[in-house]
Ligand binder design. Structure first.
Ligand code: GLY
Length: 396
């Protein structure tokens, strides 16, 4: 399948190559800071989870009920992989019963976010330690996610019950990140239904969420019964026809996750096109505003979208042929954004800020988590870091 989507030429050439050794040193210092902050948070939280975003630099302590809960064990697994310190593995494993409880009691499980939730908590545990209980739990979550598949439209409905008049037939770009749960379930069980649903969904996302100019809608509605495409709009972006920065980042990275499992090169090409659109709309310090349409304004930044994009760009490098000259270009962009995040966006040891990556935005319209650390921002900054330290096997 090919998608007719524009490939904008990149406007800014990174002429001065990043000093990789100097960046690595800064990342080593950042890792020490991260461990310090994580250690404090482990102690503070007890058996609770950090909320979606900090409030005035402090994590709300919540039960396992938000879409972001698994970014906490995700961070702990990454910390374990980077340090070999058993306390991180133990803390990640202590989270598992809460994910069992959540599924058993259907706590906010009417959501495509089952992917985020059970990939980073359970698939990770299975891949890293062979934890069979975690594997079973992730397979159950995949079955639960399949309940959201609407075969006539070939989509996974994002939010709400399937008969919710406001959410019926709605998909969102973020869902690309959840599809690996289904691909993984097919691999584990030999049952192709999971992967077939994911492949059908991603084709609808590529066709309808991506606009011809390679920007993206945040959400798109289909007629659930006939499958007829209806219209795109936004939930968290500036406007229905703007390009929400984090949505674009979920697209850049998320389409590549389908490529990882299927080998479909059209996903790599699509990601490349979304990446060019994103990179052409960055301010001076290369960390995006919360909506890419606000790139020439003093709107607040979304560092979390920048961190997701660094991971996406590094995955894009993996998706291109070894001799492709673009590999170096995308790697340099990833390093450039990472350097900017590391120099200007991290909290300090002295500061009263419990998170790591400052200046993210959760939900501007609802005024939640604006200019704060976010659970996923901290996670993806750490994922970018591990990708730059070693050859890393993704939990996705
Ligand atoms: N997936 C929800 C968000 O990015 O805010």
């Amino acid at each position: 399948m090919t998608y007719s989507v524009a490939l904008e030429p990149l406007q800014k050439q990174l002429t001065i190559p990043i000093n990789k050794a100097a960046l690595q040193q800064k990342l080593d210092s950042a890792l020490a800071l991260i461990m310090q902050k994580l250690d404090a948070t482990i102690l503070d939280l007890g058996d609770k989870f950090p909320g979606e975003a900090c409030k005035d630099g402090v994590w709300p302590h919540v039960e396992n009920c938000a879409w972001t809960a698994a970014f906490w064990p995700g961070r702990l697994w990454l910390a374990w992989e980077m340090t070999n310190e058993d306390r991180y593995r133990e803390a990640a494993e202590r989270c598992l019963p809460a994910f069992r409880f959540r599924l058993d009691h259907a706590i906010r499980t009417n959501t495509h976010d089952l992917g985020f939730l059970y990939i980073l908590s359970c698939v990770s545990a299975w891949k890293l330690t062979g934890n069979e209980t975690a594997r079973q739990l992730a397979l159950e979550a995949a079955d639960k996610l399949m309940e959201r598949y609407l075969p006539d439209a070939g989509i996974l409905q994002a939010w709400g019950t399937l008969d919710d008049p406001e959410q019926k037939g709605r998909i969102i770009i973020d869902c690309n990140m959840n599809l690996p749960l289904l691909y993984w379930a097919s691999e584990q069980t030999g049952d192709r239904r999971y992967a077939e649903a994911a492949i059908a969904h991603v084709a609808q996302a590529a066709t309808h969420l991506v606009r011809a100019d390679a920007s993206t809608f945040h959400t798109y509605f289909f007629d659930a019964e006939t499958g007829k495409a209806r219209f795109g709009n936004t939930h968290q972006g500036y406007s229905d026809d703007s390009c929400w920065a984090r949505g674009q980042a979920w697209g850049i990275y998320g389409f590549l996750l389908t490529w990882r499992y299927t080998g479909d090169n059209s996903m790599v090409e699509l990601s490349r096109r979304l990446a060019h659109y994103f990179l052409n709309r960055l301010p001076e310090d290369d960390v995006c505003h919360w909506d890419l349409d606000l790139c020439n304004t003093d709107a607040v930044r979304d560092s979390s979208a920048a961190a997701i994009t660094v991971c996406g760009l590094l995955e894009l490098v993996n998706g291109l042929p070894v001799l492709d000259p673009n590999r170096e270009i995308y790697e340099n962009w990833a390093l450039q954004i990472m350097a900017s995040l590391t120099e200007n966006y991290l909290s300090t040891a002295e500061e009263r800020c419990e998170g790591i990556l400052k200046h993210g935005v959760y939900h501007m319209h609802d005024d939640i988590g604006v200019d704060e650390c976010t659970s996923w921002g901290d996670y993806f900054y750490m994922e970018a870091m591990i990708r730059l330290r070693k050859s890393w096997v993704p939990y996705w």
